[in-house]
Design a protein around this ligand. Sequence first.
Ligand SMILES: Nc1nc2c(ncn2[C@@H]2O[C@H](COP(=O)(O)OP(=O)(O)OP(=O)(O)O)[C@@H](O)[C@H]2O)c(=O)[nH]1
Length: 318
Amino acid sequence: MSTDGQNPETLGAERDWSDRLFGGFRKTTERLSENLSGIVGKTTLEEAQLDDIEDALIMSDLGPRAAARIRARLAAERFERDADERAIMEVVAREIAEILRPVAKPLDVVAFPRPQVILVIGVNGSGKTTTIAKLAHLFQEQDYSVMLAAGDTFRAAAIGQLGVWADRLGIPLVKGPEGGDPASIVFDAVKAATEQGIDALIVDTAGRLQNKRELMDELSKIRRVLGRLNPEAPHDVVLVLDATNGQNALSQIEIFKEVAGVSGLIMTKLDGTARGGVLVAAAEQYGLPIHAIGVGEKIDDLRPFNPDLLARVIAGIA
Ligand SMILES: Nc1nc2c(ncn2[C@@H]2O[C@H](COP(=O)(O)OP(=O)(O)OP(=O)(O)O)[C@@H](O)[C@H]2O)c(=O)[nH]1
């Protein structure tokens, strides 16, 4: 064990995923530092430099609002005479951290009575199924019992994929036939989870945005059925977003807020994408809690959202 209580293996894993994050944000960092070689003979940044930084932030998917906020902070800052690029990036990182800190909120299992019902929503391909498995694993590591419900009955593959994860993790899965009624599966799952004293029930849902009306009806029916069994349920409605979608991820927040209500976000695929700045745009624009981030395809690649670390990664100074 090392002095801070983490064993070398854990530390190695931490380094591995933060390296992957760094890889993804390299382009952002390069954009930010292009044309920026520090301040010469002065203590403030020039308008042209501020313009360049603001443009680079927008190009890196942080969105116009966050970019304007960071620019304003840089414009007000008095640097040491001849400050270097790193001093400027420290200020950028501090402002990004201030945007991100208020939305960092882990998904805790707190519901009483149990189970805590977590609806997971998001478009197909966003990493929803993998995220459900990762979340279940995270809860298991905290000694919570977990059950899954295959509420996406639209595609047999979705049910099958969830089954594979449930087997691998050794947790129960409640499922029905392809084309079955998702609300009735969720009903059965809540009953079973309650009877078995399960701590967390994670529900997969369909992600067909092509038919908004149908999706809305399906999700509100699930909510109605849940409410009958437990007025507090669902306790969480977690939207899974794929960071590689960039600005498109923001329109997904907009749509899912409308069709399902969203209580928090998990952003996946932050490893190796140059578009991860969209997380900052989402935080600034919607202020929804961000529960965790996905940084790879493996079961333990879901990480708690650490705003200070991410801010430094984006600014290239972690
Ligand atoms: N690099 C990377 N890949 C991920 C991450 N999360 C999920 N994936 C991959 O993204 C692909 C889609 O993930 P799924 O979990 O199948 O996504 P889904 O939203 O359930 O999609 P459907 O099964 O099509 O509904 C898979 O190949 C996953 O391994 C992540 O954080 N990083």
